[in-house]
Design a protein around this ligand. Structure first.
Ligand code: FES
Length: 75
């Protein structure tokens, strides 16, 4: 069973993906990028969407969720 806590009207957005992990983060190595690292938001809460601004930590704490960004790393 999946347990997602909700506080202050917030709900988790990840009901079943890799719930044993504290934060789900994936990274991809790309040969051509202008910056060495770019983080894309997957919690839908970022103030700089589509880029991650770290707001996922607050979302995860409030909801018990475990979402994290997709990292694109320059090779
Ligand atoms: Fe959404 Fe980081 S702010 S994943």
């Amino acid at each position: 069973a999946v347990v997602v806590r909700a506080e202050a009207g917030q709900a988790g957005i990840n009901p079943d993906i890799r719930k044993t992990e504290a934060k789900v983060v994936d990274s991809v190595v790309v040969t051509e990028l202008s910056k060495p690292l770019t983080a894309y938001c997957r919690c839908w809460r970022s103030g700089t969407f589509p880029l991650c601004d770290g707001t996922h930590a607050k979302h995860n704490k409030a909801t018990g969720d475990n979402v994290g960004p997709l990292l694109l790393k320059k090779q």
